[in-house]
Design a protein around this ligand. Structure first.
Ligand SMILES: [Zn+2]
Length: 319
């Protein structure tokens, strides 16, 4: 940070180091403390006025940040800006700098780990991001999954952080300051919806993923990613998750009929895609039990009916 831009900087503190923009806080600091006056190359270091302005500058700096923070190593971007020159292939250079920032822990990862009271290893988190990135060929469901992963939606808890004077609450059960995990998973009104989905998924596949928020919401599964991505489970869950923001601020949960229709949208789209790519047999195999058992029963499935209404397909094998 060039200190000459601060209101407390005056020409009395100009240490004759060339361009004023080259005067940095560490000109006046040493080991997180103000540098002795005789170590700063000032024109009149002993004058009362210089000492007065020096005191003002140090006070100003310490109000903005701890003095030790001004002497941290510069980032690559800061070093680049210090040169005052435009680098060759500037856009590519800046893009590569941004790419390298990806190793920094994402704030939404911390949010999920806090909400779920668990810690993901880097490999687990990479797999969650990778599965979310490629969970569906239908862009609407892909976008919905990405927004969920990045905690894009404004929950009551987030609104109360932004506007402390408000008392935002869950629009379904009135819980004050409801968190992301409550809105998407724990809310008593949404729990029957998920239980219903889980029962249907368990009936359709031989190896259902565990009924936990990390698996259902984030695709955190022990199944091999290439197997999970080809399974019908990921498609059924993508459809279920996309319905929750569609009912944002609605006191009622999504219905199973809506979910079946959303799944059908995915199935129809994939049928067109795989048909044109010559992969129709694998598509038909994946959706076999859904098409022949789940869909014909939709007329007896209601949003509040017990999950046992689909038990007639309970002996069906896996995908
Ligand atoms: Zn609620």
């Amino acid at each position: 940070m060039p200190v000459n831009r601060l209101p407390s900087f005056t020409p009395h503190l100009h240490p004759n180091l060339g361009s004023p923009d080259k005067i940095r806080p560490d000109t006046f600091l040493k080991d997180g403390q103000p540098k002795p006056m005789n170590e700063i190359p000032l024109t009149y270091p002993d004058s009362f006025l210089t000492r007065f302005h020096h005191h003002r500058l140090i006070t100003n700096l310490s109000r903005l940040a701890p003095l030790s923070a001004y002497q941290r190593p510069q980032t690559e971007y800061e070093t680049l800006t210090m040169t005052g020159k435009v680098p060759q292939h500037g856009i590519s250079h800046l893009y590569s700098l941004l790419q390298r920032l990806r190793s920094t822990t994402q704030h939404f990862r911390i949010g999920w780990e806090t909400d779920l009271c668990m810690q993901f290893s880097d490999d687990e988190w990479d797999q969650i991001c990778s599965l979310t990135h490629s969970c569906s060929r239908a862009s609407r469901f892909q976008e919905s999954a990405y927004k969920l992963l990045t905690r894009w939606h404004r929950t009551p808890a987030k609104l109360m952080q932004m506007f402390p004077e408000t008392e935002a609450s869950c629009w379904r059960c009135n819980l004050k300051g409801a968190t992301t995990i409550h809105i998407w998973w724990d809310c008593p009104v949404i729990v029957p919806f998920w239980e219903h989905i889980h029962n249907i998924v368990s009936d359709l596949v031989t190896d259902p993923i565990p009924f936990t928020p990390e698996t259902y919401l984030l695709h955190h599964t022990l199944l091999a990613p290439e197997i999970y991505k080809k399974s019908i489970q990921i498609r059924l869950l993508n459809a279920a998750k996309a319905l929750i923001p569609a009912h944002w601020r609605d006191p009622l949960p999504p219905t199973i009929t809506e979910w079946i229709n959303a799944v059908e949208q995915i199935r129809t789209l994939e049928e067109l895609m795989f048909s044109s790519e010559g992969h129709l047999p694998s598509h038909t195999l994946r959706w076999f039990y859904w098409s022949y058992y789940a869909i014909p029963t939709r007329h007896i499935v209601s949003p509040v009916s017990p999950p046992s209404t689909l038990k007639e397909v309970s002996n069906v094998g896996g995908t």
